[in-house]
Design a protein around this ligand. Structure first.
Ligand SMILES: NC(=O)c1ccc[n+]([C@@H]2O[C@H](COP(=O)([O-])OP(=O)(O)OC[C@H]3O[C@@H](n4cnc5c(N)ncnc54)[C@H](O)[C@@H]3O)[C@@H](O)[C@H]2O)c1
Length: 338
């Protein structure tokens, strides 16, 4: 079975390439490198001992996307490619709508035209907006999106749901909570070209001295310690869910055209607790400052993932300690190479 992974050199995409290759899929990657380096594919090849094809193209270029689909004959597509910064999406809404929606439309339409059987879409817990209660399950009603980024994910899910009636393809929408951590080899992890915005790489970059300090945005939220609450999930557990979702579709286990699954650990961890967990696991102390709330952040959200467990057989195996340990090992290794 041949699978296209868009955003293949990105953080979650590269870890998913490894999981797919280790599970006997053939893979092709597409990425325009706007937030990643193609050199991560060397690590993917080294870890798996397998080869893969990569195309450095922009998915907003419909002709190039069609050309690749015409040539490759994919059985499935995992569509990761998107811009993902909540704060940047608030200052550059045109960029986010244009990139995230056009790349999805081109990929989804080409998948339809070229007879792809299975389509997996990377969505996010941001679709739920500022919920008043957690855990959230897949039926929790959506609130107004708190950011333009979140809106692109809500719109992406709607595009798939409206356009699916025109296709014979089946889709799975995966709503990730907060992916973090790195591969246990220490050869790959989160390494964005754009300034890291997610909490764990900001912590590791501060601890290693790349940043003089870091900010905890908001200390007056109505949570147990005043900071936001998130649900951190190890990127390798997340990657494994994509392999299971593809098997589920390609083995005809899904009745409906579309289904949707939450992927999180099911536990809320506050930003301050995450910082303490990092210090506890690594023994590295660093400076952090309390700062005002940031536009677009929701107060607290964590998942009920029992649907993914029951239907896909997915179960996260790694803990917050594994996340912090692997992220730190990756930070140390990549800093040595710089
Ligand atoms: N990391 C998170 O916290 C998180 C949480 C929820 C959902 N998601 C979603 O998961 C997906 C993957 O996220 P990630 O953390 O790996 O991000 P990432 O930035 O590391 O990877 C995304 C990749 O897509 C590529 N890309 C973007 N636009 C493109 C285009 N037009 N053409 C070709 N390539 C393009 C980028 O260069 C990048 O390598 C995204 O859709 C993101 O919105 C991420």
């Amino acid at each position: 079975m041949k699978i296209l992974v868009t955003g293949g050199t990105g953080y979650i995409g590269s870890h998913t390439l490894v999981d797919l290759l280790e599970n006997e899929f053939d893979v092709v990657s597409i990425d325009n490198g706007m937030n990643s380096e193609v050199s991560v594919l060397d690590a993917v090849r080294q870890i798996t001992g397998r080869q893969l094809t990569h195309y450095a193209i922009d998915l907003c270029d419909k002709d190039k996307v069609d050309e690749i689909f015409a040539k490759e004959n994919f059985d499935g597509v995992v569509h990761f490619a998107a811009l993902k910064s909540v704060s940047e999406s608030m200052s550059q809404p045109f960029l986010y709508f244009r990139n995230n929606l056009n790349s999805l439309l081109n990929t989804f339409e080409a998948a339809k035209l070229y007879g792809v059987k299975a389509f997996i879409f990377s969505s996010s817990c941001t679709v739920y907006g500022n919920v008043s209660e957690s855990p959230v399950d897949e039926n929790t009603p959506w609130q107004e999106a708190a950011s333009v980024y979140g809106r692109t994910k809500q719109m992406g899910e709607k595009i798939i749901s409206h356009c699916s009636s025109e296709t014979t393809m089946q889709s799975i929408i995966l709503r990730y909570f907060n992916p973090a951590g790195a591969h246990s080899s220490g050869l790959m992890g989160e390494s964005p070209k754009n300034m890291a915005q997610n909490l764990v790489p900001v912590i590791t970059e501060t601890a290693i001295g790349k940043r003089p300090t870091m900010k905890v945005f908001g200390t007056d939220y109505p949570t147990r310690d005043g900071s936001c609450i998130r649900d951190f999930i190890h990127v390798c557990d997340l990657a494994a869910a994509h392999t299971l979702a593809l098997h589920h579709l390609l083995q005809h286990k899904q009745k409906d055209k579309i289904d949707v699954f939450n992927l999180g650990m099911g536990e809320g961890v506050s930003v301050l607790e995450a910082i303490k967990a990092f210090i506890g696991v690594t023994g590295q102390n660093f400076s952090y400052e309390m700062a005002p709330r940031r536009d677009g952040d929701v107060t607290a959200i964590y998942s009920n993932y029992s649907k993914a467990r029951q239907i896909l057989g997915w179960q996260p195996k790694l803990t917050i300690r594994d996340i912090m340990h692997s992220a730190w090992q990756w930070e140390v290794n990549r800093t040595k190479k710089q």
